[in-house]
Design a protein around this ligand. Structure first.
Ligand SMILES: [Zn+2]
Length: 115
């Protein structure tokens, strides 16, 4: 059962994740800017710099997606729709939400989705 206390605990976990992701994104953005400055200055390093840029962009994309999921979960808490499976409408296991607080599917539906 998802009691209000449990939802509150999951909410603080989500808020924690949100601020961590935000910090990591900020760091990636300044790393990308530094890589940009380096570009052109050292001709021999251009390939490395380009690679760095690409990996920073994909890392950043990953963080942005996670942040979106975390924010969507916080929104579901705010509107009282949190903790229900999007597919079967059953309540998602608390143990699963503790591991993945932004989960939108219960474990059986998640497994099916991954097939
Ligand atoms: Zn389900």
């Amino acid at each position: 059962m998802l009691t209000p206390e449990r939802i509150e605990r999951l909410q603080s976990a989500l808020l924690e994740q949100q601020s961590q992701l935000q910090q990591q994104l900020d760091r990636l953005i300044s790393a990308a800017q530094e890589a940009n400055v380096g570009l052109g200055n050292h001709m021999a390093d251009d390939a490395t710099a380009a690679f760095d840029q690409a990996s920073i962009i994909s890392l950043r994309r990953g963080h942005e997606l996670s942040l979106e999921q975390v924010e969507a979960a916080l929104h579901r808490i705010a509107v009282g729709a949190y903790g229900r499976c999007e597919r079967c409408r059953e309540e998602i296991d608390f143990a699963r939400l503790k591991a993945v607080p932004y989960a939108t599917l219960c474990l059986p539906c998640q497994r099916q989705a991954e097939l």
